[in-house]
Design a protein around this ligand. Structure first.
Ligand code: IMP
Ligand code: MG
Length: 176
């Protein structure tokens, strides 16, 4: 039987490293948002596994919402952004923490920040599990970054290639 781990050439971030780092990020977030009503906004779909692990380690009252945004259509090349789900919670005057799987060119996060800014939150912070610094085209400040990674297309732990591989428990690079 074909298994998703067969087509992944190497493990970039192991399951154990992911869990340790996610706990560190959760601790930082917890101490920085102690006195605020936090709204966590996850970007669908790549964030869900990271987000599920992260918020269970944050011992604060928080609300969770999602924005659907899609930039990669069936491959590794970025294309036009499409919003597929809007926020349900009113973020006006609230502290918003945007969580994304990976900061690549910065196009996705920039457009989501602009969109949420227009809703007049008190403050916007950003958290990404992965960052490919060398690929950046937009100057996006990420307040919390899990791992800086080299310029390789990665999958697993929520990240996909053509919608597959999200269920791998680690971050791996694809066999080309
Ligand atoms: P950006 O708009 O160029 O910053 O791209 C961000 C989005 O592209 C992320 O939310 C991911 O969905 C996707 N993406 C970028 N790099 C990768 C990768 O290496 N693997 C999987 N998805 C990626
Ligand atoms: Mg994504």
């Amino acid at each position: 039987m074909r298994s998703p781990s067969d087509t992944v050439s190497k493990i970039l971030v192991s399951e154990e490293k992911l869990q340790d780092r996610v706990a560190e990020l959760a601790n930082q977030i917890q101490s920085n948002f102690k006195n605020s009503d936090l709204i966590v906004v996850g970007l669908l779909t790549g964030t869900i596994i990271f987000l599920a692990d992260l918020i269970r380690k944050i011992d604060l009252p928080l609300r969770l919402d999602f924005i659907g945004v899609s930039s990669y259509r069936n491959g590794t090349e970025s294309s036009k952004l499409v919003f597929t789900k809007e926020l349900k919670i009113d973020v006006r005057d609230q502290d918003v923490l945007i969580v994304d799987d990976i900061l690549d060119t910065g196009k996705t996060l920039k457009s989501v920040i602009d969109k949420i800014k227009a809703m007049h939150p008190r403050k916007i912070s950003t958290c990404v599990l992965l960052s490919k610094k060398t690929r950046r085209e937009y100057n996006i400040p990420a307040d919390y970054i899990g791992f800086e990674i080299p310029n390789e297309f990665v999958v697993g732990y929520g990240l996909d290639y053509a919608e597959e591989y999200r269920n791998l428990p680690f971050i791996g690079a694809l066999n080309n």
